[in-house]
Design a protein. Structure first.
Length: 222
């Protein structure tokens, strides 16, 4: 946004935002319905079933075994969420898919120019779109407190400040594969029946068998 529209125009809201409570609610739902469950699974594997989170090869094995299932669950969540009805204040309940498609047909595809916004003062822009009632939602407040460091700064329309000095960042570099391609293929084929199962009870079996097979292929790495 800043490279296209210019720096220090307030085109992009850096850091935590109070202007879009719906995205905060979305993160609450993603964590509750997908993320928290997998965090519990992996904690269980670490405590009781040999997962060493300090071993990069164990992290690779987690990716190899479970990422397809996690991505599948996230895709299902996204499809379901796009079709579920949201409570619209002073209007009928509508789904995100309906609002995205139908509103473009009715109002057109809105670009960067918007009369109402262009005529607003900096003070009005500072609070434009803020859902004050939503900001009191206990679930949203707890999620923001747990997942955003207090040291993270934010930007402001007033003063047209650019990126803050401190931003929340999580680096997720994929670990290097410790197994040769033919070994990965053997591991994939050996675990395929369990990897296709939707039962959470198979997660322990899938991990323990995967770890045992990986150790047979390369005992020094695992």
């Amino acid at each position: 946004m800043e490279s296209i529209h210019g720096e220090r125009r307030g085109s992009y809201i850096w850091g935590r935002s109070v202007h879009n409570v719906r995205i905060e609610r979305l993160w609450v739902d993603v964590t509750a319905q997908v993320g928290a469950t997998w965090a519990d699974h992996f904690t269980m594997l670490e405590l009781h079933h040999g997962l060493d989170i300090n071993n990069a090869n164990h992290i690779w094995l987690l990716h190899f075994i479970f990422l397809p299932r996690i991505n599948e669950q996230l895709s299902f969540f996204a499809q379901s969420w796009n079709q579920h009805h949201l409570q619209i204040r002073n209007g009928p309940n509508r789904s995100p898919a309906d609002m995205f498609g139908f509103d473009m047909l009715v109002h057109g595809v809105r670009g960067s120019q918007h009369q109402d916004v262009d005529n607003m003062t900096a003070e009005e822009l500072e609070v434009f779109g803020v859902d004050w009632e939503g900001l009191q939602d206990e679930g949203v407040l707890n999620s923001r407190q747990q997942n955003n460091p207090l040291s993270e700064d934010s930007s402001s329309w007033i003063g047209r400040t650019g990126p803050p000095e401190h931003l929340n960042e999580v680096n997720l570099d994929a670990p290097n594969a410790p197994l040769l391609p033919q070994e990965q293929y053997f591991l994939q084929q050996s675990l395929q029946p369990l990897m296709q199962s939707a039962e959470n009870t198979d997660i322990i079996i899938l991990w323990t068998q995967g770890l045992a097979l990986a150790r047979n292929l390369n005992s020094h790495m695992f």
